[in-house]
Design a protein around this ligand. Structure first.
Ligand code: DX5
Ligand code: ZN
Length: 216
């Protein structure tokens, strides 16, 4: 499968977010991963829909919005209005999962479900046919720059196998600790969309993105 790279702006310089997004686009990113944290679902606060809306004016990159928030249904319409193209929420969040997927789709954008490390692969199976993407977290959500959890590769393998069994070409995204050293493990397991924060932003963006795309 073709590998798509989604740099996480969490690792960027927030004082020049627009410029950083443009640099990612020029460096060959396929999408931009936007981490939304509310200080409740995860112990950290990042940004909200107004920031996404401002950023929308700077780049035509696909906006891959990762909601790490409680009550996602309440905020999804705002993120769609702000310019999100893909909205991923956590299955562990308190809203009804099926209704949340339906809401995202009804607003005309792609829907993803994310699983924290402790959540089993099978939890996403009832929703798989309706999803554009499954996001397997390879760190505990909340912070960038954490170490990759290798035991999560088995979860990726189980979900890819289930997609294949059902004839689905669902994107499987991986987020947390992705580098040129860890990416081959998740790609071999069946992932095709790689989120990378520190790895892309703390070095040469193009070289980092190329090193991940080369795994295709
Ligand atoms: C963590 C976020 C990630 C994070 C990844 O909760 O969802 O997207 O930015 O950062 P790295 O690639 O540095 O682990
Ligand atoms: Zn993320």
């Amino acid at each position: 499968m073709m590998i798509k790279v989604s740099p996480s702006i969490l690792a960027s310089d927030f004082s020049k977010l627009g410029e950083e997004a443009v640099l990612c686009e020029k460096a060959g990113a396929d999408m931009l991963h936007i981490d939304v944290m509310d200080g409740h679902f995860v112990p950290n606060i990042t940004l909200g829909a107004p920031v996404v809306s401002s950023l929308r004016k700077c780049t035509s990159l696909i906006f891959d919005v990762h909601l790490m928030i409680s009550e996602p249904m309440k905020y999804i319409p705002d993120f769609v209005k702000a310019g999100a193209d893909i909205i991923t929420f956590h299955i562990e969040a308190d809203d009804d999962t099926k209704k949340t997927v339906e809401l995202i789709k009804s607003l005309g954008v792609k829907a993803g479900i994310s699983l924290k490390p402790a959540t089993p692969a099978e939890a996403v199976f009832p929703f798989l046919d309706k999803l554009d993407m499954v996001l397997v977290m390879t760190v505990e959500p909340g912070f960038g720059g954490q170490s990759f959890m290798e035991d999560q590769t088995e979860k990726i393998r189980i979900i890819r196998e289930e997609c294949n069994k059902r004839g689905l070409f669902t994107d499987i995204q991986v987020d947390g600790g992705i580098t040129d050293k860890t990416a081959p493990l998740v790609v071999t397991a069946g992932a095709n969309v790689l989120v990378a924060g520190s790895y892309v932003f703390k070095s040469d963006k193009k070289a980092a993105i190329d090193s991940l795309k080369r795994l295709s």
